[in-house]
Design a binder for this molecule. Structure first.
Ligand code: SF4
Length: 207
């Protein structure tokens, strides 16, 4: 597995990159260019991108070439996801993107040290590998994937640890959505600090 820690990471393993609609969380519905980096050691049993786990399966793409491709689209917002993108040092990637005027958002489990400069941090902790404490005060959004009822108590644990202005989302795990969504709706109605996040990209059939 490729692990990059240097501050001059000019190439990154990219599983896929595409221009689409952000389907989840605070920026749901916004046009965004997604870069899905390879590499993840978190091991969620319900992971829907298991092909991302082995970084060595994915080509190393040069950051400049990647940005050249993004610039051919009308994109203003770039979302870095994975995999677990913080397995790589993202300082050079975000500096280059921001230098070109792009907003930089990340989706992370927080299980690796934060790198990069971000306009928005979506922190999505996973039970399978506990997050590091450093992500808690800087998260703009806490998004907890709910697989069963016990995940609600687990979500509250992190809601108590993030900053007071962090947005709070509960999102049904896709394959369990029919079962857990009614439970989440009832929970949000009783605990209105939370909001519902749906993976709308899966309903509208975009990547
Ligand atoms: S952190 Fe994300 S990519 Fe990694 S196993 Fe969990 S769901 Fe999959």
């Amino acid at each position: 597995m490729i692990q990059t820690n240097d501050t001059e990471t000019l190439s990154l393993p990219v599983m896929e990159h595409f221009y689409t609609i952000q389907g989840e969380g605070y920026h749901q519905g916004r046009a965004a260019y997604f870069i899905r980096l390879g590499g993840c050691d978190v091991g969620c049993v319900w992971c829907d991108v298991k092909d991302s786990w082995d970084a060595e399966k994915h080509p190393l793409l040069n950051i400049a070439d990647l940005i050249f491709t993004i610039e051919k689209t009308p994109a203003k917002l770039v979302v870095i996801t994975g995999g677990e993108p913080l397995m790589h040092n993202l300082n050079a990637l975000t500096a280059s993107l921001q230098n070109k005027g792009f907003k930089t958002n990340i989706e992370t489990s927080g299980a690796h040290p934060l790198s990069g400069t971000w306009d928005w941090i979506c922190f999505s902790p996973k039970k399978f590998k506990e997050p590091l404490a450093g992500i808690l005060p800087v998260a703009n959004e806490l998004k907890v994937v709910v697989f069963n009822r016990s995940d609600l108590a687990w979500a509250e644990k992190y809601a108590a640890l993030v900053s007071p202005d962090c947005k709070l989302y509960l999102q049904p795990e896709w394959d369990k959505a029919a079962v857990v969504t009614p439970m989440i709706i009832e929970y949000i109605m009783q605990n209105p600090k939370w909001e519902l996040s749906l993976q709308i990209h899966k309903y509208i059939h975009v990547p």
